[in-house]
Design a protein around this ligand. Structure first.
Ligand code: NI
Ligand code: MN
Length: 229
C-alpha cells in the first residue's frame, strides 16, 4: 500500500486493491496541501475529531463520493445535519471494517468541536485510530493529542508496527513527548504530522529523530509524497 501525506494531518492510504482511504481531510485552506494533487475517488474516510484542520473537506468529499465516514457519534450527528447519510459512528474501544480495513477507535487527549457560522457545535471526544491492514499489520494514527500513559495499553492490545504522530507542539505534543510516545508504543517506524503548517508548529522530524535514536526510523515525507508500506 501507499501512504501519501497531504500536509498537516491529512493522509491518503491507497490499498493494494486500489481502494482509497482518506484520514482527516483538510485540503482547501491547508497551506501545505500539495499543489496540483488530484484527489482520487475516496472509498472511506476517517475523522479523528471535529476541528476544521481535520474535517475541512469532509462534507464536500462525502457528498461527492458517497463514502462511509468513520467518526464519533457527535460528529455523525453533525454530518447528518449537513445531509451526509453515510457516517459510520463509533466510539473508543470499538472496531468496525471499512474499505477492507479493520478500524479501532482509540483515546486521545484533545478537544473537539465544529465551527458552524457563529456557533460552536459539540464534537464529542477527540480520538485516534488503530488501522489494521488485510495482511494483519497495524498502523496507529494518533490524531491530535499529547502523550499519555495508556499508549502502553494501545501497544499491548494492538502492537502497532507504524505510528503516525503529531509533533508540531502548541496544539499537540512536540518532539519531546512524541519520543516518549514512540517508547510507549514500541514502534520502530514513525511518520510525523501536524508540524510546519504554520510558523507556531515548531516541532521537526529532525528533533524527533535525535530524541528517539537510530533504532527508530522517523519517516519524513514531503506533502504529496507517498511512502510505500
Ligand atoms: Ni485539533
Ligand atoms: Mn489539529
Amino acid at each position: 500500500m501507499n501512504i501519501t501525506w497531504l500536509g498537516h494531518s491529512t493522509f491518503l492510504f491507497t490499498l493494494g486493491d486500489r481502494k482509497n482511504v482518506l484520514i482527516d481531510p483538510w485540503i482547501h485552506g491547508n497551506p501545505k496541501s500539495p499543489q496540483g494533487f488530484n484527489l482520487p475517488h475516496i472509498d472511506a474516510m476517517l475523522l479523528s475529531h471535529g476541528h476544521g484542520d481535520h474535517t475541512g473537506d469532509a462534507i464536500a468529499i462525502a457528498k461527492k463520493d458517497a463514502c462511509p465516514v468513520v467518526c464519533n457519534f457527535e460528529i455523525s450527528l453533525w454530518l447528518a445535519s449537513k445531509g451526509i447519510e453515510t457516517a459510520r459512528p463509533m466510539n473508543k474501544g470499538g472496531a468496525q471494517t471499512v474499505a477492507g480495513l479493520r478500524v479501532t477507535m482509540t483515546h486521545a487527549f484533545h478537544s473537539s468541536s465544529m465551527q458552524d457560522g457563529e456557533h460552536v457545535v459539540y464534537g464529542g471526544e477527540a480520538a485516534g485510530y488503530i488501522i489494521e491492514l488485510p495482511d494483519g499489520r497495524r498502523i496507529y494514527f494518533a490524531g491530535d493529542t499529547n502523550v499519555f500513559g495508556d499508549m502502553r495499553l494501545i501497544a499491548r492490545l494492538y502492537e502497532p508496527d507504524l505510528a503516525i504522530l503529531p509533533i508540531g507542539d502548541l496544539y499537540t505534543m512536540g518532539p519531546k513527548e512524541a519520543a516518549i510516545a514512540v517508547e510507549f508504543l514500541g514502534v520502530k517506524h514513525v511518520i510525523p504530522m501536524h508540524y510546519g503548517t504554520f510558523p507556531p508548529l515548531t516541532g521537526t522530524p529532525e528533533a524527533l529523530q535525535e530524541l528517539v535514536g537510530s533504532d527508530v526510523e522517523v519517516i519524513e515525507l514531503k506533502p504529496g509524497e507517498a511512502y510505500a508500506y
